[in-house]
Design a protein around this ligand. Structure first.
Ligand code: NAD
Length: 258
């Protein structure tokens, strides 16, 4: 295939969870810029609608869907809506996620369960519901957003539940890549480092000095900008990565080198 076509997604349909803001929003826009029609799903339906409207303004068909990824029936409804509207799903991006800092010895059980539920169980439920459809067509690319926190314990914040959930996403990705390779479904994960999104800004509100600590620990000396995830996402969605599955694409400004 000509190099120019390796990154084109015309005729493809993508579904992005957590697409209402942050990294999910940027990936939804990036996939649309590469030519894909995009369904934007989020707990906050209004935000999903805004992103879908922006994508439509680019001349690309888009759809907003409200969803709570921790609820199997809502996830199934989301998939049914997208298939009813577009007829298929070629690309699934799981970006819905939450973060929280809590010392393990003080962590209420419900906080542990909530973070695992959204960040890991939610990814599984979306992979399962969309994977079933992809298996029927023997075609698909799934991109799960994990984190460098699934590979290293980044400091100084205590977040054992978050780190565990992201480590789980990496192993889930590899497991599904193995199970679904016979169906021509690729499953990969992007592991971002610190990215300047609402999630990180909310976490930094009480401890803004952590940003400076993180920058010192990052070879690039800065946080990532949300739009910097567009390229890795389009690469993993597109024919450019046709022989790539089960991989962890680390984009962390070098954080995990040291
Ligand atoms: N920002 C970072 O530094 C960073 C680094 C590594 C990994 N990540 C991961 O990237 C993903 C996106 O993070 P972000 O920084 O864009 O966060 P964000 O808070 O800006 O956006 C997350 C989106 O997910 C949605 N969401 C939350 N719970 C949901 C649920 N139950 N169902 C459906 N949607 C839900 C939110 O409404 C929000 O729109 C997350 O999985 C996060 O863990 C972020």
């Amino acid at each position: 295939m000509n190099l120019r076509n390796l990154f084109r997604l015309e005729g493809e349909v993508a579904l992005v969870t957590g697409g209402g803001q942050g990294l999910g929003e940027q990936m939804a826009i990036g996939l649309a810029e590469a030519g894909a029609q995009v369904a934007v799903a989020d707990l906050n339906r209004d935000k999903a609608q805004k992103v879908a409207d922006f994508i439509s303004s680019l001349g690309v068909k888009s759809l907003a869907v409200g969803v709570d990824v921790t609820k199997k029936e809502k996830v199934d409804e989301m998939v049914a809506k997208v298939i009813e509207h577009f007829g298929k799903i070629d690309v699934l991006v799981n970006s819905a996620g939450i973060g929280q800092w809590k010392k393990s010895e003080e962590m209420p059980e419900e906080d542990w369960k909530k973070v695992l539920d959204v960040n890991l169980n939610g990814v599984f439920l979306c992979c399962q519901a969309v994977g079933k459809e992809m298996i029927k067509r023997k075609k698909g690319s799934i991109i799960n957003i994990s984190s460098m926190s699934g590979l290293v314990v980044n400091t100084p914040q205590p977040q054992s539940h978050y780190n565990t959930s992201k480590g789980g996403v990496i192993m889930l990705t590899k497991s599904l890549a193995s199970e679904w390779a016979p169906y021509n479904i690729r499953v990969n994960t992007i592991a971002p480092g610190y990215m300047e999104t609402q999630l990180v800004q909310d976490l930094l509100r009480d401890l803004p000095e952590y940003a400076e600590i993180w920058k010192k620990l990052t070879p690039f000396g800065r946080l990532g900008q949300p739009e910097e995830i567009k390229g890795p996402c389009v690469f993993l969605a597109a024919p450019a990565s046709s022989y790539v599955t089960g991989s962890v694409l680390v984009m962390d400004g070098g954080y995990t080198i040291w």
